[in-house]
Design a protein around this ligand. Sequence first.
Ligand code: GTP
Ligand code: MG
Length: 170
Amino acid sequence: SGGVVDAKNLRVKLVLLGDSGVGKSCIVLRFVRGQFDPTSKVTIGASFLSQTIALQDSTTVKFEIWDTAGQERYAALAPLYYRGAAIAFIVYDITSPETFNKAQYWVKELQKHGSPDIVMALVGNKADLHEKREDGIEYAEKNGMFFIETSAKTADNINQLFEEIAKRLP
Ligand code: GTP
Ligand code: MG
């Protein structure tokens, strides 16, 4: 008879980057606790949470999540959190073009200074506020990133974001 294939248990460092107010903390809160906070406070420095998921092939993935502060005054701290990260979510607000510009800044920064094999997702959040626009698709494709629109408010595509990115780990 065939051997038993051991389930793999992966542990991965994940960082969220993006402008203040785009919903990074809300995405993490939705994923980890299944909640939404309409009065979410700005993050100071960074916060850490972890969550484990099981993939269909019985691999488990433990995400060690660094939710960074998007306010400009914290930008210099970012390397502390993205250093050694296997996964980065670059988040913008689909209703705010400035936050999309900021997302492009973070993509370039990670291309220069992140791990060479980092897996990046471009995340257009607050999809509940707008018809799907998918502005980011072309940019994400050009930069070899996974693209998804999410809503931390309605939970749309939040679990999918983490599942799809886990499948793309090298
Ligand atoms: P910093 O910590 O300053 O970097 O901001 P952040 O990116 O963590 O933003 P946060 O998650 O705190 O959310 C900012 C605001 O956007 C809050 O008022 C949230 O309630 C709101 N928000 C977050 N996600 C969504 C969403 O998917 N839809 C809507 N409509 N509002 C959202
Ligand atoms: Mg935050």
